[in-house]
Design a protein around this ligand. Sequence first.
Ligand code: SAH
Length: 378
Amino acid sequence: MSTQTLPDLLSLTPGELEELMLALGEPKYRAAQMFPQLHRGVLPGQMSCLGKSLRQRLGRETVCRLPRIERRLVSRIDGTVKYLLSLADGNCVESVLMQYEHGKTICVSSQVGCRMGCRFCASTIGGLVRNLTPGELLGQVIAVGQDCGDRISNIVLMGIGEPLDNYENVIKFLRLVNHPAGLNIGYRHISLSTCGLADGIDRLREENLPITLSVSLHAPDDQARSAIMPVNRRYGIDRLLASCRVYFAATGRRISFEYTLIAGKNDSVAQAQKLARLLVSRLRGREGHGMPIHVNLIPVNEVAGTGFVHAGREAVRRFAAELEARGIRATVRRTLGADINASCGQLRREFAAQQTAEPEDPKDPSAAPQPAPPVTGA
Ligand code: SAH
């Protein structure tokens, strides 16, 4: 039987795990024994509470594999760690671990590649390969947590991929990672960033999860936005901001807007003023109930081949000042891991290029895969 058809233990809810146990002729309570251990990275073969025959059967009839750490780059500037992780089928994604005062935050990938086509972004250059499963999303948190040996308290879905383009799996992952018997990471400690799939925002609103939503806006009008973000031709700014307004009215959760500053494209004073007018008029209207508006300015990370250039420090400062002067909170995102190219998508591309260029080369031992050490004990 192909492993693809076998149940993936890390993708199962406690209820689904119970059903699986019953189907295997085991008592339901096995699921309650296994779920917390699985989420700590203990493989069924290492679970001493299970009999040998069940362990063997689970080994044959289910899959349970954490992403394997292929590369680990540690920033000398701020300790940010960037991981290249390989999945069971050999595809790679990236996760980034950041240390903030309030704890460790992991940035996870939601897809192998991306089909959204944002022109400044490295993750989308080769298109979409496939969606990640809930277990692969969770596996990033578990594998990186094991590697750093510390509790991860926050998650941002801002790695490779568009989370709302892998909707069901991402929602299932959110419920799994929040489960009290598992990693128990609070929804308020989870952020999801979208390039603006408005129908996905509408669906997310209905889930009633108190996560933080970030919307990648990056331009103040349709013309400028469509030029850098093809998704804007499907959901223009009016439609997108209408979804944001309703999302806030229904959930009371404020949305933060990401705005990547690119020299000569979207960083002028006139564009800052236009952005302020746009946000105030669309989000502070009657339905918006005075939604607090927060814009996160991100100096563009220059990706080879895109031709986009970082807006200068002065342009960033002026842009922020224009927004603030119009009552919009603007923060300039601190760049973490500048020396390890910590924004996602670039390491995966480099690794893939190396693999195709040098298929016969013995692996450099310093870069050899380092499987995360197994954690045992319940
Ligand atoms: N697909 C989601 C998550 C992707 S990455 C989204 O689009 O929101 C998270 C953020 O990084 C997004 O705001 C994205 O537009 C931004 N980003 C991508 N490439 C970048 C680059 N080269 N420089 C700066 N920000 C970038």
